[in-house]
Structure formats: structure tokens, C-alpha cells
Design a binder for this molecule. Structure first.
Ligand SMILES: [Zn+2]
Length: 680
């Protein structure tokens, strides 16, 4: 997990926006005034790059509201603030980055401080701690930057480029030109505060809807009126339900029956035939196969949930699409999720996933699973969990080592430099990186929170019990350490501050995976199970099959909502059933030998994290591309070089990093090798 994501520039734009509501984007400066202003400035600066000048004026005009001044004042503002000379423009850029680093860096530091007691093991929490944890000191920053016209100076001189334009032109840009383009991203749109607030409210509602979607497993009955699960077992949809399916692969007694029952519950959630009153309640006994309910042995008719799940999705669609008209270029929530957040156009993501999902290797892996299970595949085997190889070293043994080595957070912090040396970093680099990472004892499972200014440290939060750090905790801490190293290199070593970071969240995950893979090596240990690597590859490969499938459903659903903006929740429900079956029949039915399954619609992310799902797949794809590269290149110097590339587009970053664009090839190749090895 990585928290820096929540603090990237684009998120500043979305979250910290707080502007008075002014009706409509149609308010901006009239086209005639834009043309007139362009003529005035062209006459004034005949040698300036006319295309950039035109673009800057048009972008500033699209953000200007009547409260910012009259049309005459707009023209005057442009005349007074346009910087024509390249030297002066670079000076303006350097000054802006200096101020932005201070603003973003300090607000990030304030957020860390406000949430410190809630995140760290610092003793008893008082209600006041939660008040400050929820307080956003930077909430008015963006609105202030419009009021003092900084936003317009930026928009005029560093106009916004769309992701398509960045992809097309960025190859030939210098890092300074890239910095200018990233400066332009800071003020790409001006969405009224009310739209953002409504969005936050709807998002909180759908979060609450999902948080209370529990199934009381001890109250499920099969056709023989038997309960299969413990009375007190309560599972949250979909995570716990899925994990219970996974856990039952080891149960030879009635694992299959339990899995079939959970699967039926999931189907009824997706198609909404689930009785509303069995959700989050133990008042009734429910047979998910017949859909009959009883209370104290008496049969009771209960109403189906019907469309509640899809109403939540529609609410999100309406809240998010309300921002469309204020985004001159990124005028759909789909474009903002893909072009802005992921920096990859949606079509490219879909094409890449289509290629993976069509791979013949999936069929080969399915055959291995069938053999291991000794039965035909069932649709829930998208969650097959049997590739987890047992390590040749016992967990007890490992716990003993990590508990002694790391009794507390300080012990890990002191050892960071040594760990970096082992990975091959030079003494100087190891010392510098370690000096920029603080290790804190976390209340929860931990995370990595990067700095946003060079004078601050990145934070590695890890949970350490009184008995010392156990192996599981250590394994996660090494993952977070990878994030911290990325955060530190990509802040300090990029060519300018506006380039700090990585193209999207998947890129930092990839380095976290690279570190995590080397956790035993860092303990001077080696696993001697020869199959372990191969099984691990197959495990990731099979989980990518599933996650790309659910991502496909999510993307197709959003496209359909945009094509049918007035659809009702019932119509959306029916369409999602169509989409899930289409995706299943195209990619899964040939592998599983069964048609028309709706299970790819079960993910709760579809309700409370719109269009986030594709991110999960990319972390693994990039990880395999990097590991392929590290087979022939030294790790540490390459990590230093690659993660200093900064905030380019994903494909350009990959090209500069490993010489190929984002690709399925390394994982497909590794999976094929694993199949060949396991079959032997
Ligand atoms: Zn992570």
C-alpha cells in the first residue's frame, strides 16, 4: 500500500478545490474576446511560439469566471502576465516550482502531523484526535490560487496538454518541457466546490453501503436444511466471501459444498435476487439455492434487494459526471480515471487486457489446476488458491529471526542503510536514502507515506508486536520500504520538482514488489523449494486473469452508463448481467467449459471505488517487466536511474526504463516457462 497517491498533484486539484458555486462552464470568456486577446498578444510578441500563445490564452479563458473580472480585465491580465522570452519563462517556472514545493510539501507534512496519533501507536486516542485527523488544512489552497490569479498565470504560460498529446509529443520533449506540461496539469479544470462536496457525500454513502453488506454465514441453509458455516461467521461482500472460497480449497471434507453455497450467494448479490432482509442480519435462515427464507422454522416471504446495488453505482455516475462540463478536455469521468489518474487512455488499457485474456497459456494453466483439483473446473475457480508454495524454511524459524533482529521500529530504521547496501546501492546512496526514511510503529497494518518536499522524510509505517517483528510483518515492511525508496528517488533525483513521482500508482507498486521478492535474501537466507518461483508466477498469472476480467466488466459498464445517461437502476442491473455474461463467454467460458456466468460483477470496488480496478493488474505487469530487465542489468544502479525518470506517460517511462512499452509479454513468457516446468 502506498499513500503518496492521495497527494499527487491531480488529486490536489480534485480534493482541495473549494470554490464558490458559479453557474456553468459556459460562463468563460466569449470566443471573440479570446481571438481579440490573441491578436493583441501576437502583435505584442510576434516572435513568440504562436501555437503555445493561443493555447495558453484559450486555456486561461476556459478557467476564467465573471467573478475573476470583466472581459476587458481578462485581456489586460493576459497582456500583463504573458511571458514571451524563453529565459524569463524558465525563471517563472523555477519560481513557481519553488513555491509549489513549499505549499504541497508543507500541506503534506501537516496532513502527516494531523493524522499521526490515529496512524501511530501513540497511546490512547481522544475524540479530538479524530477531529484533527479529518481536518484538511489545505482545503482552500486551490481556491486561493485562483483568487490571487496564480492559476491564470500558470494556465496562460504553461497550458494544459491532454494525455493523447503528451503521448504523441512527449517523446521529443526535454525534461524542462515535461516540467512545463506537468505545471499545466495543476490547473486543468475548475470544478465548483459543490460538485466536489456532493461527490464526497455520494462516495461516503456507497462506502457505507458496502461496509454493511455482511452475510451471516451461520444462517445459510442447504436443501437438506443444514448449516455449513459456524454460527458466528459474518463475511463482508465481496472480499471475505472470496477469501472464504479460497480458504476452502484446503478443506477436503465439505470444502466444495461450502464453495458452491458461497458462489450462489454471490450470484444472488449480482442479480439482486438476494432477499434484502438477509443482508447484514441474522433474523432469518436463507437457502441461497432455492432463495426461500424461514424464521423460527416458519417460511417467510421476503422482498429481493432488486436494484439497491445498481442505484449506488448510478448515484456515483451522476455525481462524477456532474463535473464533466467544468473539464474542458477531460470531459468524462472515464477520461479522468484513465487519462488523468492512470495516464493511459481507456482504449489502451482495454486492448492490453484483451490481449492477456486471449492468451492460450490460460488454458494450459487451467489444465494444471484441473489436475491438481482432480475435478472439472467450477466458475469460482477464478479464485483457485493452490499455487501458494510452501517455503522450505518454516515460518516459526523465520519469526525467530525477524523478532530478534527487529524488536522495534528503531531497529529497522537503523538497519535500512545496511539493507540498501545488500541490494547493491553505493555507500553514499544507501546512506542518503536511509537518512530520508523514518520508520514509525503503526496502529494498523502499515503503509508508506512519501514526502512532497525535499527537506522532509518519507515514512515507513509498520506494525510491530511486543514480541518483535514477525515474518509476515517484516515481509510487508520490505514492500513498504520499496515504496519509500521509489518516493525518495523520484522526489530528489528527478530533473525538476514538477516531474516528481511515477506515472501512476502501479509503478510504485512494482518497485514495492521487487523489494518484497528479495525479503529472504535480505535476511541472508535462500528458499530451496525449486518450484516456489514457478508456482508464484502461476499464482499471479491466475489472479491477473480474474482481475482483468472484473476490470473489463467495470469499464464496459461505465461506457454503457455514458451511452445511456438516463437509465434506471433496474435497466443498469439488467445491462450489467448482459455485460458480465458477454465478458465471461468471450474469455472465461472457453477455459472453464461453462457459459453465462455473472460472477465478474461481484467486486465491491464497482460500487465504492469507480474504475479503480484496472490499477491492480498494472502493478504486476510492470513488476514482471522490471524483473525481466534486472536479469541482465544490475538492480541498484538501474533502480536509481529508472525511478529518477519521473512523471512521464506510462509507455514513455517504460521505454526509457527497459526499452519496451507496457507489455504483457514478460508475464506471459514467465507463465509459459512455469507451465513447462510444472508439467515435467
Ligand atoms: Zn504497496
Amino acid at each position: 500500500m502506498n499513500r503518496k497517491l492521495s497527494l499527487t498533484l491531480s488529486t490536489f486539484v480534485l480534493v482541495f478545490l473549494s470554490l464558490p458555486f458559479i453557474s456553468l462552464a459556459s460562463n468563460p470568456i466569449d470566443k471573440n474576446i479570446v481571438d481579440k486577446t490573441t491578436q493583441v498578444l501576437t502583435a505584442q510578441y510576434p516572435d513568440a511560439n504562436q501555437q503555445l500563445l493561443k493555447r495558453g490564452i484559450a486555456h486561461a479563458a476556459s478557467l476564467w469566471r465573471s467573478t475573476d473580472g470583466s472581459e476587458t480585465e481578462f485581456t489586460k491580465f493576459c497582456k500583463d502576465n504573458y511571458v514571451a522570452s524563453a529565459t524569463d519563462k524558465e525563471m517563472l517556472f523555477n519560481k513557481l516550482t519553488h513555491y509549489f514545493e513549499s505549499l504541497f510539501g508543507h500541506f503534506n507534512k501537516i496532513s502527516l502531523d494531523m493524522q499521526e496519533n490515529v496512524h501511530l501507536q501513540s497511546g490512547k486516542l481522544l475524540p479530538i484526535d479524530h477531529v484533527f485527523a479529518g481536518y484538511s488544512a489545505g482545503a482552500h489552497m486551490m481556491s486561493d490560487l485562483y483568487n490571487n490569479k496564480v492559476a491564470f498565470t500558470v494556465a496562460l504560460n504553461f497550458p494544459y496538454f491532454s494525455t493523447e498529446e503528451k503521448i504523441a509529443k512527449g517523446k521529443n520533449w526535454t525534461s524542462l518541457q515535461w516540467g512545463y506540461a506537468r505545471m499545466g496539469d495543476v490547473f486543468s479544470s475548475r470544478v465548483p466546490a459543490s460538485v466536489g462536496q456532493n461527490n464526497a457525500r455520494i462516495s461516503a454513502q456507497s462506502g457505507a453501503y458496502i461496509a454493511e453488506y455482511n452475510i451471516y454465514m451461520g444462517h445459510l441453509l442447504n436443501d437438506k436444511k443444514q448449516t455449513l458455516f459456524p454460527e458466528d461467521m459474518v463475511l463482508l461482500s465481496h472480499w471475505n466471501l472470496r477469501d472464504e472460497i479460497k480458504a476452502n480449497y484446503a478443506n477436503k471434507k465439505n470444502g466444495l459444498d461450502k464453495q458452491a453455497m458461497i458462489y450462489k450467494v454471490m450470484q444472488r448479490i449480482v442479480d439482486q435476487s438476494i432477499p434484502k432482509k438477509v443482508i447484514n442480519s441474522k433474523d432469518y435462515e436463507w437457502n441461497p439455492f432455492t432463495n426461500k427464507t424461514t424464521q423460527n422454522g416458519q417460511s417467510v416471504e421476503l422482498k429481493a434487494e432488486n436494484d439497491g446495488r445498481y442505484q449506488q453505482i448510478l448515484n456515483n455516475f451522476k455525481a462524477l459526471s456532474a463535473a464533466d462540463e467544468y473539464n474542458p478536455v477531460l470531459n468524462t469521468a472515464i477520461k479522468r480515471a484513465f487519462d488523468e489518474e492512470m495516464q493511459i487512455p481507456q482504449e489502451t488499457v482495454e486492448q492490453l487486457f484483451h490481449e492477456f485474456l486471449s492468451s492460450p497459456v490460460l488454458g494450459d494453466v487451467a489444465k494444471i489446476i484441473k489436475k491438481r483439483l482432480g475435478r472439472k473446473l467450477q466458475p469460482w475457480d477464478i479464485w483457485y488458491d493452490g499455487f501458494k508454495a510452501r517455503s522450505s524454511i518454516s515460518e516459526e524459524n523465520l519469526n525467530g529471526i525477524t523478532e530478534t533482529k527487529y524488536p522495534d521500529a528503531k531497529a529497522l530504521e537503523t538497519d535500512l542503510e545496511n539493507l540498501l547496501l545488500k541490494l547493491g546501492f553505493t555507500a553514499e546512496k544507501a546512506q542518503f536514502l536511509a537518512s530520508k526514511i523514518a520508520v514509525d510503529p503503526a496502529r494498523g497494518s502499515g503503509h508508506a507515506w512519501g514526502a512532497s518536499m525535499k527537506s522532509e522524510k518519507a515514512h515507513l509505517r509498520t506494525r510491530i508486536p511486543k514480541s518483535g517483528m514477525n515474518y509476515k510483518g517484516y515481509n510487508i515492511a520490505i514492500h513498504e520500504f520499496g515504496h519509500n525508496v521509489e518516493q525518495t528517488i523520484s522526489l530528489h533525483d528527478v530533473d525538476n520538482y514538477m516531474l516528481n513521482g511515477v506515472p501512476n500508482t502501479a509503478f510504485t507498486e512494482a518497485l514495492a514488489f521487487v523489494f518484497q521478492e528479495r525479503d529472504l535474501f535480505l535476511l541472508d537466507m535462500k528458499d530451496n523449494n525449486p518450484n516456489k518461483e514457478y508456482l508464484k508466477t502461476l499464482d499471479i498469472f491466475w489472479s491477473l486473469f480474474e482481475i482483468m476480467g472484473v476490470s473489463m466488466v467495470d469499464m464496459k459498464m461505465w461506457k454503457w452508463m455514458y451511452a445511456n445517461p438516463n437509465a434506471t437502476a433496474v435497466q443498469l442491473r439488467d445491462q450489467v448481467l448482459v455485460i458480465t455474461k458477454e465478458v465471461w463467454n468471450q474469455y472465461f467460458a472457453p477455459v472453464f467449459g461453462v457459459k453465462d456466468q455473472t460472477i465478474l460483477g461481484i467486486y465491491s470496488h464497482m460500487i465504492n471505488s469507480p474504475m479503480y480496478l484496472p490499477n491492480y493488474a498494472f502493478g504486476h505487469l510492470i513488476h514482471f517487466q522490471l524483473e525481466e530487465h534486472f536479469k541482465t542489468h544490475k538492480l541498484a544502479p538501474e533502480v536509481e536511474r529508472i525511478f529518477a525518470l519521473g512523471l512521464l506517460t506510462p509507455n514513455l517511462w517504460m521505454m526509457k526504463a527497459v526499452g519496451t512499452p507496457l507489455s504483457n509479454d514478460p508475464i506471459l513468457k514467465a507463465a509459459q516457462e512455469a507451465v513447462d516446468h510444472i508439467k515435467k
